[in-house]
Design a protein around this ligand. Structure first.
Ligand SMILES: C[S@@+](CC[C@H](N)C(=O)[O-])C[C@H]1O[C@@H](n2cnc3c(N)ncnc32)[C@H](O)[C@@H]1O
Length: 253
């Protein structure tokens, strides 16, 4: 646990962090990350024994896909990510669910999205450029069967009242979370700082590109893409869950 930081493939940010992602991300990502991920399966609009199909966009190490497969034993899924190193970790975790899930390496902005009942995504939409948002949502709407559901968990900009003081409160909670993780031996100060340094460097090098979407902007784009009954259903600071359904009749645009 105390070994020095050894980033993996430095060509991409997620290539560099993949092997330690599951241990460090819940610590460094702030208070809404783990809470949002653990709440997502509760929001899937299916009964435990429904044999529905789902697609996860930007699955990373497939934490969410694993939780859905565990919660819904008849469900089958396709977990898509563009980063081979993240998918490498995902495939190891998904081996326990062999036959019910495929981990697919692809760019979600371009690839075919298979027909399904639920499209899920956690902390991937902030990598989608504003000009690509509408098209991705339209493709998700087309992939969904009538009545199907899109669920997006991500960090989303709030309204103008989202001020410095609220940001300070969030950082205080995150710092407490980091201190607790270091205190309990789940991470070292050195690797946490190295991870933040790496993120800063990768941003400067253009290898970690993020965009700021507002919840209202995504909700509006979802409506334009053919979703009805769209809403913000959960939020902890900026970590937000949006849900939208395609109409029950055929013909989403
Ligand atoms: C912050 S991580 C989130 C991973 C995981 N869903 C989670 O909640 O921890 C973002 C993930 O989205 C993937 N990603 C970003 N843009 C993508 C794209 N256009 N196509 C496929 N994957 C993408 C990255 O490779 C990375 O694994």
């Amino acid at each position: 646990m105390t070994e020095a930081w050894q980033p993996g493939n430095r060509d991409t940010y997620f290539g560099a962090v993949a092997e330690r992602y599951d241990r460090l991300q819940p610590i460094v990502a702030g208070p809404g990350y783990s809470a949002g991920l653990s709440f997502m399966p509760d929001l899937v609009p299916h009964e435990r024994d429904d044999a529905f199909t789902f697609v996860e966009l930007g699955c990373g190490t497939a934490t969410l896909t694993c939780s859905v497969l565990e919660r819904f034993p008849q469900a089958t899924g396709i977990a898509i990510d563009g980063e081979a190193a993240m998918l490498g970790v995902a495939r190891r975790k998904l081996a326990a669910h062999a036959g019910r899930v495929e981990a697919r390496e692809a760019n979600v902005l371009e690839c075919d999205l298979p027909d399904c009942d639920v499209v899920l995504s956690s902390f991937m939409f902030h990598h989608v450029p504003p000009e690509g948002l509408g098209e991705l949502l339209r493709r998700a709407a087309r992939a969904l069967r009538p009545g199907g559901c899109l669920m997006i968990l991500d960090s989303m900009r709030a309204g103008p009242e989202w001020g410095e003081q609220i940001g300070t409160q969030r950082r205080r909670l995150r710092d407490r979370q980091v201190a607790a993780a270091i205190g309990s031996g789940r991470a070292t100060q050195e690797e946490i700082e190295a991870r933040w340094d790496l993120k800063r460097q990768m941003k400067v090098e253009g290898k970690d590109v993020e965009y700021s979407h507002s919840a209202e902007g995504i909700l509006s784009a979802m409506s334009d893409a053919g979703f009805d009954d769209v809403g913000l259903v959960w939020r902890v600071f900026a970590s937000t869950i949006l849900i939208g359904f395609v109409p029950r009749q055929e013909g989403a645009p």
